[in-house]
Design a protein. Structure first.
Length: 566
């Protein structure tokens, strides 16, 4: 390795993978290349994202809060009083700069392959936001094969692929998302003719539903999940204790109670559930196999040692059934897909793991994607590379997805002051101090606070304390809960009445945050239903619906509109 050579950066994001799925975080799913990253870098526990994918990606690429970056709500969950308001544009707005925009100005090549979900129209695609070469899926989810089938008719407007800014009409016959994205990243790196450093953003759509794998991967996990949720949870729990990820005294999470227990399922339902998890696991092993191909290529080009690699999931595991995507129904799905057990995972099937496995995938955390419980927002983060001096370290400091942009700029020795450009302030802070061999420095101190909000799901993290507000169906929508995560990682004991001053303190932190980022409380009226899905996805200024909206920081008691397209 040439120590004088400028660093490359590779940012790898997987879609809806649970906290404990991969090997470095206690999972039984075979991920040797992700394990290699962990062995040569730092595993971060207590790293947080948004509970939904598009706001996470907005924060990841901008270093700013999602409300500042344009994803104040999740398309298509905008209320009529939020739609197209500042911070609620539904795409990356002009108030921020992206990682590739900043690095490109500094002489970096910038490549992207994978999921974008931050704007489909002209001027909003990744090629317009700093990426030199791109092959991107513009929507939230779709078939992983070449049929480009959307999650539902309402998802069709942004269910498109784009290469270098132009829509791709037809995909290769052998297209499979994870394989093809990796092929493209390898191609872009290979075609680079100079010695300038590169930034690569590889954003897999796996293991987002629908659960699909190539035929040769269909039987990789046959029989592994026949024992059910509790068996896998217990195995993961014990492995996580061996790895030092969780306290030895932590017991198995009993779950939200929203889903049937394994013993309550019929024999046929168990077979179906186990088979779904087999496909999901194979998707994760397949993306790991693809990472192995990319790493081998970088090593052949003598670029691996000069690359810092970030690996994370965009949110917790997904509990959603295919009927979640409006206007799908059980009847329409039965008519349009072949969801017989023997066809699971193939091109014309549409299955997801369901709530029981989602809770298992997030062991030992509570709940899952779409909620601001820890199972929705705490995901694995690994930072790896020869220039990362620490090895095999697990930290419990509270970290955030917006920390990644300033970390990259720190390692690249790039000075960036958003205020000088009239842009929104960075929400994150560099993780570089954590990645040095000997340091006592903390990225955040005990007085720092992290706040979250998307679709009226809210949370405040401050030291060991967490304040959370959840609308139905995951909460009553009429009260905030207070937890001490050091004593109650599973968020089981609401201590709001026992610590009224702490409750008041964190509630004030929420109010200050909401005001600072321009949070708009939902009026409960769906913009999607009022406009229709084709008009909704135009995201045009003429479609602004909430004129003269006063931004406020009050906690909401209303449920969010349904139909989140992610």
């Amino acid at each position: 390795m040439n120590s004088q050579r400028q660093l490359n950066f590779l940012l790898i994001v997987v879609d809806d993978m649970g906290y404990s799925d991969c090997q470095p975080f206690g999972g039984e799913i075979r991920t040797p290349h992700i394990q290699e990253l962990a062995d040569h870098g730092v595993r971060f526990r207590n790293f947080h994202t948004s509970s939904l994918c598009a706001p996470t990606r907005a924060m990841l690429l901008s270093g700013c809060d999602n409300h500042d970056a344009g994803l104040g709500n999740m398309p298509t969950a905008h209320a009529t009083n939020q739609y197209m308001q500042p911070g609620y544009e539904g795409f990356l707005n002009s108030d921020i700069q992206t990682i590739p925009e900043i690095l490109k100005e500094a002489g970096y090549h910038t490549y992207m392959a994978g999921k974008w979900h931050l704007g489909e129209q002209k001027g909003r695609r990744p090629h317009s936001r700093g990426f030199e070469r791109t092959f991107s899926f513009l929507g939230g989810g779709a078939s992983h094969f070449n049929d480009q089938r959307p999650l539902s008719p309402f998802e069709q407007p942004h269910t498109k692929y784009s290469e270098d800014g132009k829509t791709v009409k037809n995909l290769p016959a052998d297209f499979y998302s994870s394989n093809y994205y990796t092929d493209k990243m390898i191609q872009y790196v290979s075609e680079q003719e100079d010695d300038n450093p590169f930034f690569g953003y590889l954003a897999f759509t796996a293991p987002h539903d629908p659960l699909h794998v190539p035929d040769e991967w269909l039987t990789k996990y046959e029989g592994v999940y026949d024992g059910g949720y509790d068996m896998i949870q217990e195995k993961r729990l014990q492995q996580m204790k061996k790895l030092g990820l969780i306290p030895d005294e932590l017991t198995r999470n009993q779950g939200s109670g929203l889903f049937q227990k394994w013993e309550e399922l019929t024999v046929e339902e168990r077979r179906e559930a186990a088979r779904k998890m087999e496909i999901y696991a194979a998707m994760i092993e397949n993306l790991d196999w693809n990472l192995g191909r990319l790493f081998a290529h970088l090593k052949e080009r003598n670029q691996f040692d000069d690359t810092i690699i970030f690996f994370l999931s965009d949110n917790g595991a997904n509990p959603k059934d295919p009927t979640f995507y409006t206007p799908n129904t059980k009847e329409s799905l039965a008519k349009e897909y072949d969801n017989r057990l023997e066809n699971y995972g193939k091109i014309n099937s549409f299955i997801s793991i369901g709530g029981g496995w989602a809770e298992t995938a997030n062991t030992p955390l509570s709940y899952f994607k779409v909620t601001t419980y820890e199972g929705g927002t705490q995901t694995p983060l690994i930072v790896s590379g020869h220039r990362v001096h620490r090895r095999g370290v697990v930290t419990d400091e509270t970290l955030h997805v917006t920390d990644i942009l300033p970390t990259i700029l720190d390692y690249a020795n790039i000075s960036y002051t958003p205020a000088e450009k009239g842009l929104k302030p960075l929400y994150g802070t560099s993780l570089k101090p954590y990645l040095q061999e000997e340091t006592k420095q903390h990225v955040r101190n005990a007085f720092d606070v992290l706040c979250f909000e998307i679709t009226e799901c809210k949370a405040v993290l401050k030291g060991d304390w967490k304040l959370i507000f959840m609308p139905p169906p995951y909460g009553k929508g009429d009260e905030w809960h207070l937890y001490n995560l050091k004593e109650d990682l599973k968020e089981e004991n609401n201590v709001a009445s026992q610590f009224p001053e702490k409750f008041k303190e964190l509630k004030a932190d929420w109010e200050a945050y909401a005001l600072s980022v321009g949070y708009i409380e939902s009026n409960g009226e769906s913009a999607l239903q009022k406009l229709g899905f084709e008009e909704f996805f135009r995201f045009g200024p003429r479609n602004r619906m909430g004129k003269n909206v006063k931004k406020k920081g009050a906690g909401s008691k209303k449920a969010a509109p349904t139909g989140l397209g992610d």
